[in-house]
Design a protein around this ligand. Structure first.
Ligand SMILES: [Zn+2]
Length: 503
């Protein structure tokens, strides 16, 4: 896996210069790592990704909710985050620089296995490998547990935490869902909202944030329904690029296109409902513009799984900046969460099934929006001697159409403005640009990924046509004014290709 660090620099400086994201934020005060501002084009792109996500969930029969981002301590005690959601850290005894102990040990030794190491073992290991502070070369202190939740206070003294995931806040509503869904399981709900993780000195820009937008879909389900999931019928012949944990344990990263039904037969997935969730996650990422050759589904090794997970697969996206990037986790959480909340809240979280009282299981699809946003810019970048461009699929491009008068003369400005308003009113994000040569205006739109440009020239005034130009091929075609908006809509929705027009 070749890491093209320079490529990350290309993407980051494009993002800054052209207004996708800025940071670390707040820039005028020096910036705190792990915080970024979405600039105008980044915000448009994020909205588009969220729209794809939202409609994918809704079409799969999920209902959206929104919960508070701050919850009292007991919630996180119950969820296991207070005790389990932590990194092992060590601090320089002289300059107080903090390091993640596992990273230091892994970097210092190729064969160091961290499996099952206690905090004391890790402290020993650091001494043994003679690891010292990288900035001042002094000795490092004992390895400690560091909780990743951001702590806050409610009123004067009630301990509370910013949520490190949306999932837990969704589980707290389980009894309400039962009423809303008239006691019918499975119940499918999702949330899109902010989550917070107090990472130790996050680097990697948009890939590791202390505040990010999380998407989490949850299915509350009984075990018998997990095995007998009608939705699986519809997808059983679809192929997914799977990298199983057995494959990884044999030292390989070979991805095999596997039919869903075969994946069940071979035991890669135990439950059709869980397999269906993995498939849905893959579909959502396809919808966000990722191509099959840049996607894979990787199963977690048993040692990698989070404290709540019975089985876990990730959607990974290949980037030119960082190689494979983990973008989405699909978790079989069992009934861990509801059982814990039943225990701590003393509220009943069970349902009646076959005359027995059962606490349902939870299947989850979880991801942040900023990672796919970064990966999509990374994957979309292209350049040649003449120009650079972002080949976003038209329906995801932040700006979908740009309108130019050939020159800033009143007789061209007025009709251009009318066309601009018409396209804007039709619901597309449109930019009007009258500055600079037409070639430079095309380049500027290419650079931010605008798929189509409309130019109004003197011919337009005579025969009521305009020039429509496509970003990827740079081809141009003359289009009649009265069908322009309809054609652009069909192009954006991929009901028409540009090649159809140039035939
Ligand atoms: Zn130091």
């Amino acid at each position: 896996m070749a890491l093209e660090r320079d490529f990350n620099e290309v993407i980051s400086s494009l993002a800054k210069k052209r207004g996708f994201y800025w940071g670390p934020s707040p820039e005028i005060y020096g910036g705190s790592s792990g915080f970024y501002d979405l600039a105008p084009l980044g915000k448009l792109l994020k909205n588009r990704l969220e729209n794809v996500i939202r409609s994918s969930f809704v079409r799969s029969n999920f209902w959206e909710v929104e919960c508070p981002t701050v919850s009292p301590q007991i919630v996180w005690k119950a969820s296991g985050h207070l005790d389990g959601f932590s990194d092992s850290i060590t601090q320089c005894t002289k300059c107080d620089q903090v390091y993640r102990a596992d990273n230091l040990i892994e970097e210092a030794s190729d064969d160091a296995s961290l499996k099952g190491l206690s905090l004391d073992d890790m402290t020993e290991k650091i001494k043994e490998l003679k690891i010292r502070c990288t900035s001042c070369k002094s000795e490092l202190g004992p390895v400690q547990q560091y909780n990743l939740m951001l702590k806050t206070k409610l009123g004067l003294d009630q301990e509370a935490y910013m949520r490190p995931e949306t999932a837990t806040t969704t589980y707290l509503l389980f009894k309400r869902f039962l009423t809303f869904f008239r006691d019918q399981l499975p119940v499918s709900v999702f949330q899109i909202g902010k989550a917070y993780r107090n990472e130790i000195s996050p680097r990697q820009g948009m890939l590791r944030l202390r505040e990010f937008t999380q998407v989490e879909g949850q299915i509350f389900i009984l075990e018998e329904d997990e095995k007998n999931w009608p939705g699986f019928e519809d997808i059983k012949n679809n192929m997914l690029p799977l990298l199983t944990y057995q494959e990884q344990e044999s030292g390989s990263d070979k991805v095999t296109m596997t039919e869903m039904s075969a994946a069940i037969k071979k035991g890669f997935f135990q439950k059709p409902a869980y397999a269906w969730c993995v498939h849905l996650a893959y579909k959502i990422f396809s919808g966000m513009g990722f191509t099959p050759d840049n996607m894979r589904l990787r199963q977690h090794l048993p040692t990698e799984r989070a404290h709540y997970a019975e089985d876990a697969w990730d959607v990974e996206i290949h980037t030119r900046s960082f190689g494979w990037v983990e973008c989405c986790g699909i978790h079989d959480r069992g009934n861990y969460d509801l059982t814990r909340h039943q225990e701590f809240s003393k509220e009943k979280m069970s349902v009646k099934a076959n005359k027995q009282s059962v606490v349902p299981n939870v299947l989850e699809i979880a991801f942040g929006v900023e990672r796919p946003l970064f990966c999509l810019i990374d994957n979309s970048y292209d350049e040649d001697e003449e120009r650079s461009w972002l080949k976003f699929p038209p329906h995801l491009a932040p700006i979908q159409v740009a309108v130019f008068p050939l020159m800033g003369k009143p007789e061209l400005l007025a009709p251009s403005q009318v066309i601009y308003n018409e396209i804007l009113d039709s619901g597309l994000v449109t930019q009007f640009d009258r500055g600079g040569s037409i070639g430079r205006r095309y380049r500027r739109q290419d650079e931010v990924g605008t798929p189509f440009c409309v130019t109004v020239d003197y011919e337009s005034l005579e025969d009521n046509t305009v020039t429509l130009r496509e970003r990827d091929s740079m081809e141009q075609v003359r289009v009649k004014r009265e069908v322009l908006v309809e054609i652009i809509h069909n192009l954006v929705r991929a009901k028409l290709t540009f090649a159809d027009l140039t035939k």
